[in-house]
Design a protein around this ligand. Structure first.
Ligand code: ZN
Length: 317
């Protein structure tokens, strides 16, 4: 049984910024220097004309160049190598710091939209964490590394990465942020939460999903799997995801900069994993199974980065 579609209101149509009316029509296109032709609109209620910010407003580079850079980065190319690539194929130079800033900016922008999407999943959510060592050069002149955690949850059926956060610690508050979003995105679909032996999970799972007085038990069963060191892997979908994350982040040789930008970079990875790259086992992107109505809307868009950036912006108008 497919999960009831509650996302329709999130794929909003264009609204007039002046009077909020949705009685708008497409008008002629306006030529811009860096962004090609921009669609203009006319509001039939207040007779005003407007364009909408498609997410690339005031950017000095084209959406194609920007998203090509972001895409290359998540496929394993360093920001410096992306910059070298751009220098060959595009007329205007961009620094590797511009590339880095695009990754952070657009990962944040898209995830504000995708974090709120309802997903259609199975009955189990697997939750786990990966330990990271973040270099601290830029923070208050401190040197050395800090231990952080990438806490995430995957649906074994669709392989969709339901929720993730890059956090300073793996304490209850950090775990709760991830678990709360699983609940928001899946409503009452999850019946079992599978975790490792880390003891912060139990309380959070009970608290977030709550107790069912009628049934006399907790709404979600906590399946705590304790893996001994010698078993190495328990071969769960989340383990496989973690192998990919480790392989990708190894190239980054530790995150630079603030915890905020490290989180944004991992948000971008979540987007890449869910919406951009085909999962080998299911032979499509996880979102095609978990959010089929969005897949229907996006099927004509080859560049999912641009499509999601556009959608993320229409939403806020
Ligand atoms: Zn209007």
């Amino acid at each position: 049984m497919r999960y009831k579609n509650q996302n329709q209101d999130k794929y909003k149509k264009v609204l007039c910024p002046n009077c909020n009316s949705n009685d708008v029509i497409k008008w002629c296109k306006r030529k811009t220097k860096n962004r090609g032709e921009i669609q203009r609109y006319k509001c039939k209620s207040c007779k005003s004309y407007f364009t909408i910010d498609d997410g690339f407003f005031r950017m000095r580079n084209t959406p194609q160049k920007i998203t090509q850079s972001v895409d290359l980065f998540y496929r394993g190319v360093s920001t410096r190598k992306v910059q070298e690539h751009l220098a060959i194929f595009h007329p205007h130079n961009a620094s590797h710091m511009s590339v880095y800033n695009w990754i952070v900016k657009y990962s944040k922008m898209i995830s504000k939209f995708t974090n709120k999407l309802k997903v259609s999943v199975g009955e189990e959510a697997q939750i786990d964490e990966i330990e990271f060592h973040r270099r601290q050069y830029h923070e208050k002149g401190m040197k050395g590394t800090e231990k952080n955690f990438f806490i995430d949850s995957i649906d074994p059926d669709t392989k969709f990465l339901i929720s993730s956060e890059y956090s300073k610690t793996r304490g209850s508050q950090n775990i709760k942020a991830v678990v709360k979003r699983i609940k928001e995105k899946t409503d009452d679909q999850i019946k079992t939460a599978t975790t490792d032996g880390w003891n912060a999970y139990g309380k959070v799972i009970k608290k977030v999903w709550g107790y069912n007085n009628k049934l006399g038990r907790y709404n979600v069963f906590h399946n705590r799997v304790i893996v001994s060191e010698k078993d190495e892997t328990f071969n769960y979908p989340i383990e496989r995801l973690h192998n990919s994350v480790r392989a990708r982040t190894k190239v980054m040789r530790g995150f630079h900069g603030s915890i905020n930008s490290a989180n944004a970079i991992m948000k971008g990875y979540e987007i890449y994993y869910n919406f951009v790259t085909k999962h080998q086992q299911i032979k499509c992107c996880p979102y095609e199974l978990a959010i089929p109505e969005l897949a229907e809307i996006l099927k004509e868009n080859k560049n999912k980065w641009v499509a999601l950036i556009n959608m993320a912006n229409q939403q806020s108008i």
